[in-house]
Design a protein around this ligand. Structure first.
Ligand code: SAM
Ligand code: DTB
Ligand code: SF4
Length: 353
């Protein structure tokens, strides 16, 4: 911190390349230097700017609630260094087959009753097999039929996969770039950064909304976090949803001893995501069980406005509905209302639902 004080005096005239008050314009021409200048502002200046941008588009007291389900767990052929589900690591996780459609729909019904508006289904695959697609399509159709938004994360997709998922009613596809292109090879070797971008382009071209973000705390440098956000913000369209995960360091994975990211640095990345992608939902994603209420509160102030609710993610734990209700109560936050109810009253942030 001492070093930062020396490098960046708090006098605002000493911040030449950070825009004074970001106006919330959607830009796709961010340079690393511009993003870095924002990232390195005095913390209060960064948060103030991010919060101003946030209020231009969003009700700052509404949080979008998604619920996750692992529809096919473990035994994954990819070697993502953070993941409990990779067959390359000894996390001790038991692999299972693709869940039956009815079971998935039962879980989705419970999620809706618990207040989720989006249901995200994840499979530990490199890519879906043709033989699994009928079941996957039936899951999307069934969940969509309940009035929930649908999201899937199944690995790489082909042209025919995206067409089938779109016509089944898939709203969002989650496919993270995880980190900067520079650091990517330290995290995954079984696919490339370019593979990720290819699938993202296919998803976008098919008219499915994009959910794409990454993980902080894998031993990356601040520049890698910044460049990950530059890549996302410079996509032809910003991802509608940007999940920012804090690494859950799983025993038996190569990242089990990764140095924990400092909470203030985590909040800086949330604020930067908010400023650079002003209309996107920024999701405070995995890792909340290890975060203090105060860190989460700062993330919400900095512009995070989506979470995973419930007590499980895919294979790891999550704070659970009671803990979130308590924190929301203390902060005066409320769940964002369902898109269908918002459409009925014309404004997603009104109390009319
Ligand atoms: N297999 C699909 C894929 O990789 O695209 C979907 C599932 S994968 C588990 C979804 C995302 O969860 C990953 O891209 C990663 O960003 C995040 N994730 C996985 N394990 C994590 C961990 N231990 N801590 C934080 N985030 C994690
Ligand atoms: C995302 O960015 N985070 C979610 C979702 N997309 C699929 C997954 C988090 C996984 C955390 C570790 C686990 O539960 O195994
Ligand atoms: Fe497989 Fe996805 Fe885990 Fe990578 S992150 S090992 S692709 S389940």
């Amino acid at each position: 911190m001492q070093q930062r004080l020396h490098q960046r005096p708090t006098c605002s005239q000493a911040e030449p390349s950070a825009p004074d008050v970001p106006d919330g314009t959607v830009r796709h021409d961010w340079t690393s230097a511009q993003a870095q200048a924002l990232h390195d502002l005095p913390f209060n200046d960064l948060l103030f700017r991010a919060h101003l941008v946030h209020r231009r588009t969003f009700d700052p007291n509404r949080i979008q609630m998604s619920r996750l389900l692992s529809i096919k767990t473990g035994g994954c052929p990819e070697d993502c260094g953070y993941c409990s589900q990779s067959a390359h690591h000894a996390s001790g996780l038991k692999a299972s087959k693709l869940m039956a459609v009815e079971r998935v729909l039962d879980e989705a019904r419970k999620a809706k009753a618990g207040g989720a508006t989006r249901y995200c289904m994840g499979a530990a695959w490199r890519r879906p097999k043709e033989r699994d697609m009928d079941a996957v399509v039936a899951m999307v159709e069934g969940v969509k039929g309940m009035g929930l938004e649908t999201c899937m994360t199944l690995g790489m997709l082909s042209d025919s996969d995206v067409v089938r998922l779109k016509s089944a009613g898939l709203d969002y596809y989650n496919h993270n770039i995880d980190t900067s292109e520079r650091f990517y090879g330290e995290v995954v070797t079984s696919r490339t950064f370019a593979d990720r971008l290819d699938t993202l382009a296919r998803v976008r071209d098919a008219g499915i909304k994009v959910c794409c973000g990454g993980i902080l705390g894998m031993g990356e440098k601040p520049e890698d976090r910044i460049d990950m956000l530059v890549t996302l913000a410079n996509l032809a369209e910003h991802p509608e949803s940007v999940p920012i995960n804090m690494l859950i360091a799983v025993a038996g994975t190569p990242m089990e001893r990764a140095p924990r990211i400092d909470g203030i640095d985590f909040v800086r990345a949330i604020a930067l995501a908010r400023i650079m992608m002003p209309r996107s939902h920024v999701r405070l994603s995995a890792g909340r069980t290890e975060m203090s209420d105060e860190t989460q509160a700062l993330c919400y102030f900095a512009g995070a406005n989506s979470i995973f609710c419930g007590d499980t993610l895919l294979t790891a734990g999550n704070p659970g509905d009671d803990a979130d209700a308590r924190l929301f109560g203390r902060l005066g936050l409320a769940p964002e209302i369902a898109p269908e109810a918002a459409a009925a009253c014309g404004d997603g942030n009104d109390e009319c639902a």
